[in-house]
Design a protein around this ligand. Structure first.
Ligand code: GDP
Ligand code: ZN
Length: 463
């Protein structure tokens, strides 16, 4: 007996590409054991207990030669990620061996998995809902511990539970309205029903507002905060950049997937993933920066969510300093007063005037002073309301979810406006039902195939 799966057998490398120690090849489907049998020398994997690991060798059936020494993990349906039979091959022979093993598996009739196909199967088999599937994607891309926590929380189903409860509440009201309309035993049915709809619409709208409030911070955690480091030549921008990129802070991400193969520079500062804008401009030698510097910083400032403006405390403010202070006045910004280890020449009163409300942080890159304060300030700017304080807090991080919540919110506006305008209950009911549908799209209780394809194609192969 094999599985309940209606799908073919798929395989892919599940570990990120690169020269890691161990690679994992994942195979899932109803022909897993038939696929692996001719290739695995060791125990007969079809006979072993579920959720056990076995030492053996992968052999090329054509030559009978050993390709690699491996550990094979056997997990039988339905207690697996995809709810199908799954075998995972842990090999350690590097990229070449990994690819060779994958090719052998494919030559036995398995198909190379599409991006996200394992997770898609987990969704289609009902093991996880859509918002959980999206959390898997966020986890793969998580850039700091905090973004990881938010994704884990969602994977846990916290957002789903909240949405499901809201939908259940709406459904109960809709059912009640239905009953009242069908059995108008009381004279004031219309009034009673309207009151119920009104109260529920307000209640759900409040819950949605709460979720949308979390979305801004969520977006930062998810995508990183585009940050520009600006300042005239020689104030210490490169030194700051190097401090930030210091080993334990740098997060060099191969932006998930297959579509954008760029390496973006992220640093984790106080739990906020900063996505550094135009670091190339900072790295160029000072004479080129001199030429293109001003124009370039203007572009960087425009592209940024946060501007870190660096000044030199050991020199008087220059015209360029003043220009940058004015240009960034409307931005979310932090001013860094660097080289405080040297005798101070900068006019602090003039600076205070130009800085306005902005926090000025004194640093010395050579003495390694002030970076803690910078970290604290960035954290403070973005987590004033303290995400970590509320452990069970649900945070919305996903653009699709935010869009649906906004639509659901306006459906509720329609409900409330309809009631205020004295519209008949059955018309108000239509808008309430629309809200219920829209919320269902978040968890995938109502979905379209198109959405699924679009969504899962953003995953990397192997997940
Ligand atoms: P950038 O042109 O703004 O990128 O400035 P750099 O980071 O290249 O620094 C210019 C020079 O100032 C280098 O020689 C640095 O070593 C020096 N420098 C940077 N920060 C400090 C500091 O806090 N104190 C002192 N004394 N020198 C610094
Ligand atoms: Zn051997």
């Amino acid at each position: 007996m094999s599985t309940t799966s209606e799908f073919d057998t798929i395989a892919a490398v599940a570990t990120p590409p690169g020269e890691g120690g161990i690679s994992i090849i994942r195979i899932s489907g109803d022909q897993v054991f038939e696929t692996i049998k001719p290739l695995f020398r060791g125990h007969d994997l079809q006979q072993v207990a579920s959720h056990t690991i076995h030492y053996g060798h992968i052999v090329d059936p054509k030559t009978n030669g050993e390709v690699d020494e491996v550990m094979a993990t056997v997990m039988r349906a339905p207690r697996t990620y995809t709810r199908e039979d799954v075998v995972e091959i842990n090999c350690h022979g590097g990229l070449m061996a990994t690819n060779e093993i994958l090719q052998l598996i494919l030559s036995q009739g398995a198909r190379l998995a599409e991006p996200g196909e394992f997770t898609k199967r987990a969704f289609l088999s009902g093991r996880i809902d859509l918002s959980q599937a999206e959390a898997v994607m966020d986890l793969i891309r998580a850039k700091t511990d905090r973004s990881m926590k938010v994704a884990l929380n969602q994977l846990d189903g916290n957002l789903s539970r909240l949405i499901k409860n809201l939908r259940q509440d709406i459904l109960e009201v809709l059912a009640q309205v239905e009953v009242n309309i069908d059995y108008p035993e009381y004279d004031d049915v219309e009034t009673m029903t309207t009151k119920m709809l009104l109260e529920k619409a307000q209640e759900v709208q409040a819950a949605i507002a709460q979720l949308l409030k979390s979305a801004k911070q969520g977006k930062v955690l998810r995508d990183g905060l585009a940050t520009a480091i600006v300042g005239r030549p020689n104030v210490g921008k490169s030194s700051l950049l190097n401090e930030l990129l210091h080993e334990d802070k740098a997060i060099v991400t191969d932006v998930a997937g297959t579509t954008r193969d760029v390496i973006e520079e992220y640093v984790n500062v106080g739990g906020v993933p900063l996505k550094l804008v135009d670091t190339a401009g900072i790295r160029e030698t000072d004479d080129t920066v001199e030429k293109i510097g001003v124009q370039r910083s203007k572009q960087a400032i425009e592209a940024a969510d946060l501007v870190v403006l660096v000044l030199n405390a050991s020199e008087p403010l220059t015209a360029q300093d003043r220009e940058l202070l004015t240009d960034t006045a409307t931005e979310k910004r932090i001013i860094i007063l660097n080289k405080t280890d040297l005798p101070r020449k900068l006019d602090m009163v003039a600076l205070a005037d130009l800085a306005g409300e902005t926090t000025v942080i004194e640093t010395s890159m050579t003495e390694n002073l002030g970076l803690d304060a910078l970290e604290h300030e960035i954290s403070h700017l973005f987590f004033e309301e303290g995400i970590e304080s509320g452990q069970g807090n649900v945070m919305v991080t996903n653009a699709r979810h935010i869009g649906l919540l906004n639509q659901a919110d306006s459906a509720l506006d329609d409900v409330l406006n309809g009631i205020a305008a004295g519209m008949p209950v059955d018309l108000v009911q239509v808008d309430m039902t629309r809200c219920w549908d829209l919320l269902g799209e978040i968890t995938g209780d109502s979905y379209q195939d198109e959405l699924l394809d679009q969504l899962f194609s953003q995953f990397c192969v192997g997940k």
